[in-house]
Design a protein around this ligand. Structure first.
Ligand code: ZN
Ligand code: FE
Length: 255
């Protein structure tokens, strides 16, 4: 029985994406959202890992640009949301909300998280959650297709996960988001130490990811839109969670 803490490697894909590479069995791995062929194939060769499956969170080009070429080259199966099948590379396995799929001895839970796009899904394998453009460190995806109601519901679904859940978003946006969050909620006591760590990682050229659910519940405004301390901090007492969420999302767009 494999451990529930998979080994996951970051593969930076220009300009600020990550394709995540999760080791499954000796020599084998799963890829998430490979937006480009070159940098991803190079890491696979260096690490002597062969992808058996490629999991897609949503249809945007920066997440699927390398999928077909990598699948052809390595003989990997392509997995994505049935709802978005027409906008994704040809799927070998079409999944839907609530599915649990077996992957090389691991179990992968599929959750629909509409908001950024209507067909967005996230994948949970053990303590690793691959969130694509739904949840970032200190942020969430822009509402390109869905409504604030949809995305707020997706946030509430994700925040029920354990605090130790590691979160692997598809973009390195932490520093940009930090700048926004510090202006939004300057008196949040958890931000200074986190900022210090983010700056250290950035100086070293290291990822600021994964983050954890515990960390995000302390600092991510989009998960805290109905929490009294946060709502008070930003002067929106008495407003509903979805109103606060929508307001903060608008502020972030303007930032
Ligand atoms: Zn996207
Ligand atoms: Fe993206």
């Amino acid at each position: 029985m494999p451990t529930t803490t998979p080994v996951v490697h970051a593969i930076p894909v220009p300009k600020d994406n990550y394709a995540w590479l999760m080791e499954t069995s000796p020599g084998n791995a799963i890829l998430f959202d490979p937006g480009d062929f070159g940098p991803v194939a190079e890491v696979l060769h260096q690490r002597r890992l062969k992808p058996t499956h490629i999991l897609i969170t949503h249809h945007h080009h920066d997440h699927i640009g390398g999928v077909t070429a990598l699948a052809d080259h390595f003989g990997a199966k392509i997995v994505g949301h049935a709802l978005d099948a027409k906008r994704l590379p040809p799927l070998d396995l079409a999944v839907k909300d609530g599915d649990t799929i077996p992957l090389e001895g691991w179990h992968c839970d599929v959750w629909a998280t509409p908001g950024h796009t209507v067909g967005h899904v996230v994948y949970r394998i053990g303590d690793a959650l691959f969130t694509g453009d739904t949840l970032f460190s200190l942020g969430c995806g822009r509402l390109f297709e869905g409504t604030a109601e949809m995305m707020w519901a997706s946030m509430q679904k994700l925040r029920g996960l354990p605090g130790v859940q590691r979160i692997f978003p598809a973009h390195e946006y932490t520093l940009l988001n930090l700048d926004f969050v510090l202006k939004l909620e300057p008196n949040n006591p958890c931000l200074p130490s986190f900022r210090q760590w983010v700056l250290e990682q950035t100086d070293k050229g290291e990822p600021t990811l994964p983050t954890t659910m515990e960390q995000e519940l302390r600092c991510n405004p989009f998960l805290r839109a109905d929490r009294s301390d946060f709502v008070q901090n930003i002067g929106m007492s008495g407003k509903t969670g979805v109103d606060v969420f929508a307001h903060v999302r608008t502020l972030r767009n303007q930032h």
